[in-house]
Design a protein around this ligand. Structure first.
Ligand SMILES: [Zn+2]
Length: 478
C-alpha cells in the first residue's frame, strides 16, 4: 500500500506547491523541448470539460467551428505591420521542409487572423454573407523564454473566434458579447472572479483597435490575463482586402473581431482554488464530482456496506452526477489523501457507524465540512451541496480579490503596495505610454485594464501629476 507523499505547503512556497500539485495529481509534465507540455489524463480531462461547456456558448454566439492550417506563409504576417511587429519575437519559423530549403519561410501559427482573413476575402462577397463568425479549437506556438506550466507555454491549446461584420457597431457588439461569454464562463463554471475591462494602447493586441480582457488575481498577488476579445476595426480587412458589396451595391471593407481563451485557464483554477492538500476543483468543471469510499474494517458486514455504497452510486448516477465507487484494497486514509490531491469536490464514506445509522457521511473538499445524509434524499442533497460549493468557491475568490484591490493616490504608496502585498492597485494614470513604462520598469506592475464598470472621476497621474479622468487597474502579471 503506497503512501501519498506530502506536497509543499501552498502558503510556504506557492511556486513549488504549484509544480508539486501538477506532478502529483498527474495533470501534466514538461515536454522534451523547453516550454512544451504533456497534458496527462487529468489535465486533459479538465481541458475537455472546458471545451464542452465553452463550445456550446460559442455556438450560442452564432459561431461555427472550422479548422485552418498550422503553417502560415511569413508574408501573410508581414502584411499587417503592428501584427508582425508584435509577434516577431515569439515566432517559430520553418525554413526547411522535405530536406530542402523553402523558397518562402513558413510560420507555425501564433494566432490565425492572417490565414483566416485571406480565406474570408474569397468567402465574403455581399452583405448577405455577413456576419461571418468562425471558431477554431487548436494549438498555437509563441516561443516562451520564461515557461511556466499551463500559464506560459511555448505551445498551448485554445479556441480562437473570428468574425466579419458590415458595421463597426456590429463588430463591437460581437467583441462585447464574446467577453461577456468569457466572464460568465469564468464566474459560473470555473468559479473565478475578476475584472473585465479595456486594455491600454501599449497592452492591446498587435493589430487591434481595442482589446477587452478579464483579469484574475492569483494567491501570490500576481494577475492572470484570462482571455481577450479584440475589435480589429478594418486593420486586417484593408491588407487582406476583405470586402463586401452593401445593399446600395458599393464595395466596403468589413469590420472584424477575434477572441480567445487558452489552457492557461486551467493554471488559474489550480492556483486560485487549490490548498495545502492539492487541487480543489469547482464541481462544474470536475471530471469526477463525487467519490464513494466503503470503509471495510474487521468485524463489519462487508456485503451490507458494499450494498449501501452501490445504492448510493446508482442514485447519484441516475441524477447525472459524475460519480465513482472506489472499493479497491488501498487503505481509506490513502484514498482520502489521493482524492483530495486530485480535487474531487465531494467524498462519501460508508463504514460501521454509517451502516448502523443507515446514513452516508459526506465531506466537502474545499472546507472539510461534513454531513450525514439518508439514502432517500441523497440524490437531492448531493446536488444541492455541489451547487453550494460551486457558489462558495466563487464568493471566496471574489472576497479575496476585493480585499486585495487597493487604491494608491501617490506613487510612493503605489510602490509600497507593490513591494509588499501586491494585488490590484487602482490608480490615476494620464494614459501616456511613458508614465506606464516608468511604472512597469520600476515596480514590474503593468496596466491590466480600465474596468468596464469604472466610473469617471477627476484625479492626477501618480507619476507626472497631469490630469486623469479615471482609475486604471495595475498589477504584476503572470
Ligand atoms: Zn502621467
Amino acid at each position: 500500500m503506497g503512501q501519498v507523499k506530502s506536497i509543499t505547503k501552498k502558503s510556504e512556497d506557492i511556486s513549488a506547491w504549484y509544480n508539486d500539485v501538477i506532478a502529483r495529481a498527474k495533470l501534466a509534465e514538461h515536454g522534451p523541448v523547453r516550454g512544451t507540455m504533456i497534458f496527462r489524463l487529468l489535465g486533459f480531462a479538465l481541458w475537455e470539460a472546458i471545451q464542452k461547456t465553452l463550445d456550446t456558448k460559442i455556438k450560442d454566439l452564432g459561431a461555427q467551428n472550422a479548422y485552418f492550417p498550422l503553417f502560415i506563409p511569413l508574408s501573410f504576417l508581414q502584411k499587417e505591420q503592428s501584427h508582425v511587429k508584435g509577434f516577431s519575437p515569439e515566432l517559430a519559423v520553418v525554413t526547411h521542409g522535405g530536406g530542402e530549403k523553402l523558397t518562402e519561410p513558413v510560420v507555425v501559427r501564433p494566432t490565425s487572423e492572417t490565414i483566416m482573413y485571406d480565406a474570408f476575402s474569397r468567402w465574403i462577397e455581399s452583405f448577405r454573407d455577413l456576419p461571418l463568425v468562425i471558431n477554431q479549437w487548436s494549438n498555437v506556438v509563441r516561443w516562451e523564454k520564461r515557461p511556466y506550466m499551463f500559464l506560459r507555454t511555448t505551445e498551448f491549446l485554445w479556441q480562437e473566434g473570428h468574425s466579419a461584420h458590415a458595421t463597426n457597431e456590429d463588430a463591437q457588439k460581437m467583441a462585447d458579447g464574446a467577453l461577456k461569454m468569457y466572464v460568465d464562463f469564468y464566474q459560473n463554471t470555473l468559479a473565478l472572479y475578476g475584472y473585465a475591462g479595456k486594455k491600454s494602447e501599449t497592452e492591446k493586441f498587435p493589430g487591434a483597435d481595442t482589446t477587452l480582457t478579464y483579469e484574475i488575481l492569483a494567491p501570490d498577488g500576481k494577475v492572470i490575463q484570462a482571455c481577450t476579445s479584440h475589435n480589429l476595426g478594418q486593420n486586417f480587412a484593408k491588407v487582406f482586402k476583405v470586402e463586401f458589396q452593401n445593399e446600395q451595391g458599393e464595395k466596403k471593407l468589413v469590420w472584424q473581431t477575434s477572441w480567445g481563451l487558452t489552457t492557461r485557464s486551467i493554471g488559474a483554477v489550480i492556483l486560485a482554488h487549490g490548498d495545502d492538500n492539492g487541487l480543489v476543483l469547482p464541481p462544474q468543471i470536475a471530471p469526477l464530482q463525487v467519490v464513494i469510499i466503503p470503509i471495510i474494517s474487521k468485524g463489519v458486514d462487508k456485503d451490507a456496506i458494499l450494498k449501501m455504497a452501490g445504492q448510493a452510486f446508482g442514485i447519484l448516477e441516475g441524477n447525472n452526477i459524475k460519480v465513482k465507487m472506489d472499493d479497491n484494497d488501498q487503505s481509506p486514509g490513502w484514498k482520502f489523501n489521493q482524492y483530495e490531491l486530485e480535487g474531487v469536490p465531494l467524498r462519501i464514506e460508508i463504514g460501521s457507524t454509517e451502516l448502523k445509522d443507515k446514513s452516508f457521511r459526506v465531506v466537502r473538499r474545499d472546507n472539510k465540512d461534513s454531513f450525514s445524509f439518508k439514502l432517500e434524499t441523497i440524490g437531492f442533497e448531493i446536488q444541492q451541496l455541489l451547487s453550494t460549493m460551486q457558489k462558495d468557491l466563487l464568493a471566496k475568490h471574489k472576497d479575496f480579490t476585493l480585499e486585495n484591490t487597493r487604491q494608491a493616490d501617490t506613487y510612493e504608496d503605489f510602490k509600497k503596495i507593490m513591494s509588499a502585498t501586491k494585488g490590484f492597485i487602482e490608480a490615476f494614470w494620464c494614459e501616456d505610454a511613458s508614465c506606464e513604462e516608468k511604472i512597469k520598469s520600476e515596480t514590474k506592475a503593468s496596466t491590466r485594464c480600465f474596468p468596464l464598470d469604472g466610473i469617471k472621476v477627476e484625479g492626477k497621474c501618480i507619476v507626472c501629476g497631469k490630469k486623469s479622468t479615471r482609475r486604471w487597474l495595475f498589477a504584476q502579471s503572470y
